[in-house]
Design a protein around this ligand. Structure first.
Ligand SMILES: Nc1ncnc2c1ncn2[C@@H]1O[C@H](COP(=O)(O)OP(=O)(O)OP(=O)(O)O)[C@@H](O)[C@H]1O
Length: 157
């Protein structure tokens, strides 16, 4: 993809995927499922292969970061996070039957807003912010962030 800026050299950008999701009736419309199949599946495969995985959503306000990651209520409107959690536990169930491996899944959920860190899984601490510290071996971490063991994915409102 090329962009031309006045009196400057053309800039070239490379994309692995470019999604269009403005008009569902058009043939190249990318649904939440399509986006998950293109981005989420690989993340899961890499995680099961033992790699750390990260999805970084970046864009201007209102551009659809939350919609892409969490989605909206309604059939097939779920975003990458609920689909990834579902796929994770489905895959664990398959691999544990018969039980040859055991898996331990833990979850943390935090928000960084205006340079303040909040634990979204601990309602008591959502009003105060947590400190980011540096561990000599493990590197940066959020002091006091909840890390909860989970055995299934269920959306709770
Ligand atoms: N692909 C999409 N299909 C349908 N609705 C969408 C889509 N992307 C975004 N929206 C809607 O557009 C609005 C803004 O999207 P969203 O809140 O995800 O943006 P954001 O990038 O997270 O914004 P902010 O940075 O302000 O938090 C929401 O109402 C969302 O439901």
């Amino acid at each position: 993809m090329y962009f031309f800026f006045s009196r400057k050299q053309p800039k070239t950008f490379a994309f692995d995927h470019c999604f269009f999701s403005l008009e569902p009736t058009l043939p190249h419309f990318a649904s939440q499922k399509t986006v998950f199949e293109c981005l989420g599946r690989d993340i899961l495969d890499n995680a099961f292969d033992g790699y750390n995985a990260c999805i970084f959503a970046y864009g201007q306000t209102g551009s659809g970061k939350s919609y892409t990651m969490m989605g909206a209520p309604g059939l097939d409107e779920g975003g990458i996070i609920p689909r990834l959690c579902n796929a994770l536990f489905e895959r664990i169930a398959v691999q544990q039957s018969p039980p040859a491996l055991t898996y331990k899944v833990e979850v943390s959920y935090m928000e960084i807003y205006n340079e303040r860190v909040h634990d979204l899984l601990d309602p008591e601490t959502t009003r105060r912010s947590l400190r980011v510290r540096e561990h000599a071996v493990l590197g940066p971490y959020v002091d006091g962030l909840s890390q909860l063991a989970v055995t299934s994915f269920q959306v709770r409102r």
